[in-house]
Design a protein around this ligand. Sequence first.
Ligand SMILES: NC(=O)c1ccc[n+]([C@@H]2O[C@H](COP(=O)([O-])OP(=O)(O)OC[C@H]3O[C@@H](n4cnc5c(N)ncnc54)[C@H](OP(=O)(O)O)[C@@H]3O)[C@@H](O)[C@H]2O)c1
Length: 228
Amino acid sequence: MRNIIITGGNDGLGKAIAELLSKKDNVIIISKKYDNAMRISKEIPNAECYTCDITKPDEVNDTIKTIIEKQGDIDILINNAGVWLAGDLTENTYEQISNCIDVNTKGPIYMTKAILPNMYEQGKGLIVNVCSQASFDSDDFSTVYNASKWAMRGFNRSIQKNVSKKGIKVTGFYPGFMQTNIFEKAGNDYDTSTGLEVEKVAKAIEFIINCDEDVIIPEFGIKDIENY
Ligand SMILES: NC(=O)c1ccc[n+]([C@@H]2O[C@H](COP(=O)([O-])OP(=O)(O)OC[C@H]3O[C@@H](n4cnc5c(N)ncnc54)[C@H](OP(=O)(O)O)[C@@H]3O)[C@@H](O)[C@H]2O)c1
């Protein structure tokens, strides 16, 4: 059984990935809020759940240290947690802008920095960074979100070159519009009915993590045919 950490595994895509992968692997869910961690530990009883705000470097480092002590070496990290932010830039508050960049960009970088020493020791490991089709597009309604996800594409490309020399694989994962609550949490009442179902997207993650050890998938995009 592999140890797989999934950030934001209490909802949406992260939860679907956790449900699917926990059938065969030891899934470790990172949830921002304690209540959600408690709830998800009942809903996915064979997953381990930890509370950690990925925007806080000390919390990230302490949580990863505890996980490695309790669960052993980490085989796979899935940086999935994210937040949505839309609206004209002049209407976005500094707090919203910071949170969007902190969760979507700095969070996965902090998580990767915390995990890499353990993967270096093993000489192997896989990191999947859930980005977005917004990592490629230039929408007029989500400037800061797009910036946060474009930054991750640059991070992926650069770190892939760096860590592949040490046996570690990094996949940039780029889903399109999905049927989740991410927009509602940000105060946007979008109709998500034409979005990808998260269970279908989770299958793509399952494919990536089950590739042969010497095969790297640098980039993986997935979209619903109605939103191509
Ligand atoms: N939905 C889409 O159309 C879409 C499209 C492309 C890419 N994506 C990306 O896919 C990923 C998953 O999003 P989703 O749609 O499944 O959204 P979701 O259902 O809202 O899930 C996001 C998860 O991230 C967690 N999170 C937020 N801030 C956090 C923090 N500071 N520390 C730890 N966890 C935190 C959330 O916790 P709470 O439950 O406490 O909020 C939640 O568990 C994100 O990276 C998103 O940007 C989404």
